[in-house]
Design a protein around this ligand. Structure first.
Ligand code: ADP
Ligand code: ADP
Ligand code: MG
Length: 509
């Protein structure tokens, strides 16, 4: 029997919360590293806090007073005597100042070097670098736009529709489609305003809006010894509001030739900024299989588990090893895709009310079991979902020998999933797995927007989900317990989903 490698660090802190903190802790513990967490006041009894070997309080709920407070995070790492910090995704994970501050504090940042984060953190700067590296970018500009005349001239050059995009944007926010010159001035102003308040930077640019595209991305990983490898692609075209909901790997929609070109472009992109650690190069692919660079995410991604499943690696463990200065644990020729994996993001939101966030306490949680089923969880029963953070609660990942079997496994696992206490999108996932477009593998980023309607949901809810819904409605109507068992606190709790739920349960009885 081979002996496990000695741990590269004794103690590591995860500067994050929820499912990703739990997930990173798992790899740390398997490597023999003491897994440390931080928590805000409302997360005192969160799963990531309870699961940690040690946990340190970092202040009140609002992110800027806790999970975004660089000084508090570094103080917490020192207090717990950690040697390195894993940033997870979101929060400060793509903040070059944070990574620099971690280095300056004598700690190791488990991610890329600050310079590569700076280069890639700005979509405009990244476009320039990619053009120089010979990677195709979406037709558009490489300098910020200052007035609407300039924007109109550019749009007429590349042809409508165009997309106005915040250079510092993320999470699907800070972009707006413009189809005609008359709408440009107001669209520009609104996008700049949003960019300023959401990202503290009002720089925006214009690029071609690709119609019915697919979102494909390539996982890459580099080390400090000049090696860069790719771990193939992920198809992420099931989106709502420009944000991913379901991802799968391999992509069902590209040829082997396109796959090879995409992966080579991603490696070229990573090499052009001498990239260390895990990163993702995102592309948009048009109906003729032309692909264009969108952006690079300089961190571990939400959907990394599908790559782990198909390639058979532990990306977090590799991140830790590389951050400690060791070479990548694999060579390119050792990496292959085997089988098929699909990830379903479980969000606390109401798909029937334009995906509005939903709040409440986890009254019941039973995750599916069995071969090929992985649950990355950030919640537990009795836990109240705080209002302050991203609505992602958990991820269900299924893996099987081929895509058809993975879909069948997904259906079974989603049917077994029990989560009660508030609105979530599990019924939406069940609906997606019945749609011919999804089953055929031919779907674009417009799929949900074009096909999904609220009326579809109740058919995909279990009896207990419908009963919980009906009970919540009864409570609300009697004026009791609105905040606790609510179908969403503000605005009006009577969603079409809820109304349909009662009608449906009436029919079933
Ligand atoms: P973010 O930083 O918010 O992730 P991205 O540039 O990666 O922004 O885009 C997010 C999503 O928005 C893409 O996956 C795609 O669905 C849509 N999108 C972005 N750029 C374009 C474009 N030029 N044409 C069509 N859709 C786009
Ligand atoms: P214990 O300290 O009781 O061994 P754990 O440290 O595993 O429990 O987790 C603490 C609590 O978090 C559990 O009591 C349970 O409520 C919740 N929890 C842990 N793992 C899971 C899971 N896989 N699914 C649901 N809830 C979980
Ligand atoms: Mg993106």
């Amino acid at each position: 029997m081979s002996k496990p490698a000695p741990p590269p660090f004794r103690k590591v802190m995860v500067a994050n919360r929820g499912e990703i903190s739990v997930r990173v802790q798992q790899s740390l513990r398997e490597m023999g590293i003491v897994a440390c967490a931080v928590y805000s006041d409302p997360d005192r009894a969160a799963l990531h806090t309870i699961k940690a070997d040690e946990a340190f309080p970092i202040g009140p709920g609002p992110s800027h007073e806790s999970y975004l407070d660089i000084d508090k995070l570094i103080a917490a790492a020192h207090a717990m005597e950690c040697e390195a910090i894993h940033p997870g995704y979101g929060f400060l994970s793509e903040n070059a100042d944070f990574s620099q501050a971690v280095n300056d504090a004598g700690l190791v940042f488990i991610g890329p070097q600050p310079a590569a984060m700076r280069d890639m953190g700005n979509k405009l700067a990244a476009r320039r670098i990619m053009e120089d590296a010979g990677v195709p970018v979406v037709p558009g500009v490489t300098e910020p736009i200052h007035d609407s005349d300039q924007a109109i001239a550019i749009a007429e050059g590349i042809g409508y529709p165009v997309l106005i995009k915040a250079a510092s944007g993320g999470g699907g926010k800070g972009m707006r489609v413009v189809t005609a010159s008359k709408d440009m001035a107001s669209a520009l102003e609104r996008t700049q305003g949003e960019a300023r308040s959401a990202f503290g930077d009002d720089a925006v640019f214009v690029e071609k809006f690709i119609e019915r595209p697919r979102h494909l991305e390539v996982q890459i990983m580099g080390d400090h010894h000049g090696q860069v490898v790719h771990l193939f692609e992920r198809e992420c075209s099931v989106q709502r509001r420009h944000q991913k909901v379901i991802e799968e790997s391999p992509s069902p929609s590209i040829s082997q030739e396109t796959r090879e070109k995409l992966c080579a472009a991603a490696v070229a992109a990573a090499r052009s900024v001498d990239y260390h650690n895990a990163g993702t190069v995102e592309f948009i692919v048009d109906e003729d299989d032309n692909f264009y660079f969108l952006e690079m995410n300089t961190r571990l991604q939400v959907e990394h588990p599908i790559t782990e499943n198909v390639v058979g690696v532990d990306l977090v463990a590799a991140q830790v090893v590389v951050a400690a200065g060791q070479p990548l644990p694999w060579k390119q020729e050792e990496l292959t895709q085997r089988g098929h994996a699909i990830e379903f993001r479980i969000y606390a939101e109401d798909p029937s009310r334009n995906f509005a966030p939903s709040l409440g306490t986890v009254l019941r949680l039973r995750t599916p079991l069995g071969a090929g089923v992985r649950n990355d969880l950030g919640i537990r029963e009795g836990y109240e979902v705080p209002i302050f953070y991203d609505p992602i609660l958990a991820k269900l990942i299924v893996r099987a020998e081929n895509r058809a079997m993975a879909i069948a496994r997904g259906r079974r696992a989603l049917a077994d999933y029990r989560l009660l206490g508030f609105q979530h999108n599990i019924p939406l996932h069940r609906w997606v797995l019945e749609q011919p477009e999804f089953i055929s593998g031919h779907y674009s980023t417009r799929f949900l927007e074009e096909r999904f309607t609220a009326e579809e949901l109740t058919r995909h809810m279990g009896d207990d989900e419908l009963e919980a819904m009906a009970a919540a409605l009864a409570l609300i109507e009697s004026g009791v317990g609105e905040a606790k068992v609510s179908t969403g606190t503000t605005p009006p709790p009577l969603s079409p989903w809820g109304t349909n739920a009662r009608a449906a349960i009436g029919r079933r009885r």
